[in-house]
Design a binder for this molecule. Structure first.
Ligand SMILES: *Cc1c(COP(=O)(O)O)cnc(C)c1O
Length: 860
């Protein structure tokens, strides 16, 4: 009989076991081995059967068995011990509490469309989500007061299986929030909090708010699958990245506008301090800035029907009565925007008309639609660009590796026309990964924990033999997992048990193991390794130095090209001649990924440079002593040092993509055959010392640097703290500085087109100038009514090429003189052909920099 519906009933835990409820629902267990051991010890078989999910485990253990466990004093002691440990973790001062920085924010709102905290909360599709999960966990370890905000999807992301002929099939198992480690956000009377946002045609979208506890960090997840909603609106949070543009913008309005409302409700009901900084993790959540502008303009919460301000629900934001520009200045100061994609097609865009349809006066009362639409303006006048809005709503913005920062400065440079690309105010914070989540416990046991401070570990005390034994044990564990999964995958594809004897002998625990697992957009080039199938076969079957290869990854359900790539790999791997050395494992997710990062000797990555913003899977491999074999893209461009792995040479300048693939595939085969293989198989007393040396070097130098705690510390020190200080300044004295800044921008807007440099001359150069000779630059400037203190006039001196383009320029602020001119003496910075110019930029104490507003007047 098939059930009509299903729901989850939580277990009643007898007294001494009661703390297990807290231990199961706080996701800290996902990175705390002793807590996992405790759960496993309650019923090892049930633990394995439920896929290591404590909430399910507690539901699966029979009541009689629970009663028995409650009687066992030793069990009760362990439960009490772990509960006390969690309590200590949640309350003791950590790094943030003793950080020397003044003006750290009391709280930070971190908004992301997906969160990959654990496979038991399947709310992510790939790297972006897993990164967001790692960000929360590292923030928790450091004591950073983050509040995560996202959506709860009824079907997180699809599960992948294969048809017999290797075509990707998608399944969307529905989750029941009651069976997840979540708790409904309720008001003090116990009624669930509902967040409402107005939809067009007088409709209202309501969402309840689930609270997940990620260690110390609360994560709020909005869920529209409730009876209050009309049937189509119930489906707004049905799946991640599904549906059409309409569905997508509803999700983005919900996370942005509704997300801020959820944060307010959470702070009101829990007493948590309100965020002083908002971090927009990728453009999707950018509407959060609009709601914060609205708060400051109308100064009150929105009525419970979502239509217009009301005085009945208490507002947590004071300072009402700002106009749009003043509110914008205030919001920008406290906002950080992180962009994650260097692929123009990856940027979130909507038709302007669609956005106009949704950004109604009911959604955001009192705000001018035209002003809102202008925030997302881009080259195409009919398009609203979420990344452009993100940049306009944030005073601080960054990419996710040094190379990606530079690519982003190029990509968005048009918003700062007239400035050199490297002046574009987009910085970078290189991603990191959460060590306690991704590192095998054997590694931590052997080397100790790098700790939240990411201190470099000396692994020199560990012998080569021990390091090699560690790597070999992790590889063996992976080989078991591969066999289990290959068998399961074939059963799913329709094979029968008797045909599958061969799967017991798939892979070999002593063979060089290479992993390649990632989503399947074209730029990642899943099939580059198949460029020359014979050559790949030769590497796999080499008599002395064989390679075995694990491939995994999901294609977007709508991307048939991606599915065709998967099919090519599957068909190659199905061949009886090679299937013991190459496998495609379906359903890449966190639970599979872990085994790959632990056990692969080599982590392969061959994106089309520079389209990989950062990449984090290679970092997770490095945590475990895996060696990266990668194109120098994303993080690898800055972390490859010649001894921690291999760089696949890129044919960057080659225009013809086919030829470029040929060249790069060839380089890959060459490296595998001549460098990687020999280093792995060259043994003395059974130990490949050269290899182990690289592993040791990776663990000593890379392991501390790839930690998410390093990343979050950078965000705190270089982004959140300055944003909090800027926000405090503009907020003080009833937003006096925000008002001042808005007036300044207004003055600037009116005058700027008429600001002109009327003349430039240079004096003081000796007959034969040498490096260091002082050159006096003088300029006349017509300020069109602006005050001299409103601008900075700069002399720019640098090398010039034939086209008179300045390179490596030195800029020097010129001094305003009594006669109305501007002057500065600049020592000549370079030998050779030198040029100079003069420029006028805005200057205001509450701008993050003079570049920020994208305004510039150049001489000539
Ligand atoms: C780390 C991780 C990713 C992201 O890896 P990339 O190197 O950015 O492709 C994707 N999926 C899972 C399950 C991960 O753990």
């Amino acid at each position: 009989m098939r059930a009509l519906r299903r729901f989850t009933v939580r277990a009643q835990l007898p007294g001494p076991l009661a703390p297990l409820q807290t231990l199961a629902t706080n996701l800290r267990w996902t990175w705390d081995a002793p807590t996992r051991d405790l759960f496993a010890s309650l019923d090892p078989q049930a633990w394995d059967a439920c896929g290591h999910d404590p909430v399910r485990l507690l539901g699966d253990i029979p009541t009689a068995r629970l009663a028995e466990l409650a009687e066992d004093g030793a069990v009760a002691d362990r439960v009490a011990e772990q509960a006390a440990d969690l309590e200590r973790y949640l309350s003791e001062p950590r790094w943030y509490q003793s950080a020397p920085d003044p003006g750290l924010p009391a709280a930070v709102g971190y908004f992301s469309m997906e969160f990959g905290v654990s496979e038991v909360l399947p709310n992510y599709s790939g790297g972006l989500g897993v990164l967001a999960g790692d960000h929360l966990k590292a923030a928790s370890d450091l004591g950073v007061p983050l509040i995560g905000v996202g959506l709860l999807y009824r079907s997180g992301y699809f599960r992948q299986s294969l048809s017999l002929d290797g075509w990707q099939l998608e399944h969307y198992p529905a989750i029941d929030p009651q069976g997840l480690p979540l708790q409904l956000l309720a008001d003090p009377e116990g009624a669930p909090v509902l967040v409402r946002v107005a939809m067009p045609e007088d409709r209202t979208l309501s969402a309840r708010v689930w609270l997940a506890r990620v260690g110390r960090v609360p994560l709020l997840l909005l869920d529209t699958d409730i009876e209050e909603n009309e049937p189509d609106l119930r489906g707004v949070t049905d799946r991640l990245y599904g549906g059409d543009q309409n569905h997508r913008i509803q999700q983005e309005i919900l996370i942005g506008v509704g997300g801020v409302r959820a944060v307010r409700a959470f702070c009101r009901t829990s007493g948590h301090p309100a965020p002083e900084v908002f971090h927009t993790n990728e453009g999707h959540a950018g509407f959060l800035g609009l709601e914060r502008i609205r708060e400051l303009c109308t100064g009150s919460a929105v009525a419970s029907n979502g239509a217009g301000p009301s005085s009945s629900s208490a507002a947590t934001v004071s300072g009402s009565g700002l106009d749009f520009d003043e509110a914008l200045a205030a919001v920008r100061a406290g906002t950080v925007f992180t962009t994650h994609t260097p692929v123009p097609a990856g940027i979130d865009r909507f038709g302007l008309d669609l956005v106009r349809h949704y950004l109604t006066d009911r959604l955001l009362p009192g705000l001018s639609t035209e002003r809102l639409l202008a925030l997302g303006a881009e080259d195409d006048p009919a398009t609203f660009n979420m990344a452009h809005m993100g940049l306009r709503l944030a005073q601080r913005a960054n990419g996710v590796s040094q190379l990606h920062g530079s690519v982003s400065r190029d990509m968005f440079g048009g918003m700062w026309a007239g400035f050199d690309r490297d002046e574009v105010p987009i910085g970078s914070v290189t991603n990191g990964v959460h060590g306690p989540t991704w590192e095998a416990r054997q590694v931590t046991e052997l080397l100790g924990s790098p700790g939240p401070e990411g201190i470099a570990q000396e692994s020199s005390a560990v012998s080569d033999a021990d390091l090699w034994a560690l790597r070999s044990a992790l590889r063996s564990r992976l080989v078991e997992e591969v066999r289990r999964r290959v068998r399961a995958a074939w059963l799913e594809r329709g094979a029968s048990e008797p045909e599958l004897g061969w799967t017991d002998h798939v892979f070999d625990a002593d063979v060089l193991t290479v992993g390649f697992a990632r989503r399947v957009p074209t730029y990642k080039r899943l099939t580059l390794m198949l460029r020359d199938p014979d050559r790949l076969r030769g590497l796999l079957l080499d008599a002395h130095r064989p390679v075995q290869l694990i491939v995994a990854g999901k294609s977007h359900p709508a991307d048939d090209d991606g599915k065709a790539l998967i099919q090519q790999i599957v068909r190659f791997a199905d061949d009886a001649g090679v299937r013991h050395r190459i496998v495609f494992l379906p359903d890449y997710d966190m639970s599979m990924a872990r085994y790959l990062y632990w056990g692969c000797d080599v982590w392969l990555n061959n994106p089309l440079r520079p389209l990989e913003a950062c990449g984090t899977s290679g970092m997770k491999s490095a945590l475990n002593g895996g060696l990266n074999l990668s194109i120098r893209d994303g993080w690898w461009d800055e972390f490859y040092d010649g001894a921690n792995g291999w760089a696949i040479p890129t044919a960057d300048g080659v225009e013809d993509p086919t030829r470029r693939d040929d060249l790069e595939a060839n380089a890959l085969y060459e490296l595998l055959a001549t460098q990687v293989g020999p280093a792995f198989y060259d043994r003395t007393d059974g130990v490949p010392h050269r290899w182990v040396e690289m592993v040791r070097h990776t663990l000593t130098t890379l392991r501390p640097k790839v930690q998410a705690t390093r990343m979050v510390r950078e965000y705190v020190q270089d982004w959140y703290a300055p944003a909090a200080r800027a926000a405090a300044v503009v907020t003080a004295d009833d937003y006096a500085a925000a008002r001042g800044l808005a007036q300044y921008r207004d003055r600037l807007d009116k005058a700027w087109n008429d600001v002109r440099i009327t003349g430039v001359d240079v004096t003081g150069l000796p007959e034969t100038p040498v490096v260091g000779s002082p050159m006096t630059v003088r300029a006349g400037v017509d300020l069109a009514g602006l005050d001299p203190s409103d601008v900075v006039v700069e002399a720019v001196v640098g090398r010039v090429d034939d086209a008179d383009e300045l390179a490596d320029p030195v800029t020097a602020a010129m001094e305003h003189r009594g006669d109305g001119s501007w002057e500065i003496a600049v020592p000549l910075p370079h030998a050779g052909l030198t040029g100079y110019t003069v420029r006028v930029l805005p200057h205001h104490p509450h701008l993050a920099s003079s570049v920020e507003l994208g305004r510039i007047v150049l001489a000539g």
